[in-house]
Design a protein around this ligand. Sequence first.
Ligand SMILES: Cc1cc2nc3c(=O)[nH]c(=O)nc-3n(C[C@H](O)[C@H](O)[C@H](O)COP(=O)(O)O)c2cc1C
Length: 206
Amino acid sequence: MADNVEIDPAGLSMVAMYDLLSRLVVPRPIALVSSLSAAGVPNLAPFSFFMVGGANPASLVFCPVRASGGRKKDTLANIEETGEYVIHLVDRAMTDAMNATSASLPPEASEWGPSGFTPVSSTVVAPKRVAESPVAFEMKLFQIVHHGDGDGAATYVIGEVVQAHVRVDVWNSGDVRPLQPISRLGGSGYLDLQAVELFELDRPSS
Ligand SMILES: Cc1cc2nc3c(=O)[nH]c(=O)nc-3n(C[C@H](O)[C@H](O)[C@H](O)COP(=O)(O)O)c2cc1C
């Protein structure tokens, strides 16, 4: 049997644990989240701690971790205030603009301008959506679950899809390629799905 390094999480710093988890739990899809503060300031930010929860109802979860001093990120504060947001999938062409939205700006400043993304009205929710994204999910908050407190603590933002926008070529294709998704690895690493081997595997029949 292969040798393992045995790790008691209690013996690792938060930074080392963050590094371990984000380097090993890969690849992660990226949710580009549009939200609006109660004061009306629009916000955009990317989150790769993100996944599907279920389909009845359509449910997505993402996790804005607590920043230094346990500060809530603007996205979380906005969703707590308004209960509405838009989750976009990120393709290769959106990479640089998506990255620009991760700049840490004060709550009264918007990431839309520096990103260059084009805002368009959503159908059901108040926050605008990104025209350049191949897939956008308009979301209403279901529940926020806090796990821990202080730097690096988890917050699970669970939401219900109330409207989806899927670019026609992506909708019409049975293949992932038109979506051209990028995924997050550890550190500053990314994966371009176009560049890797894809394979299929049928589930065992019961
Ligand atoms: C590709 C990418 C993925 C990210 N994923 C996360 C994440 O899952 N959770 C998180 O808290 N921050 C994540 N970040 C950092 C946030 O985007 C960053 O803290 C941002 O400033 C938060 O913005 P806000 O305060 O306007 O909400 C990620 C950044 C990038 C570039």
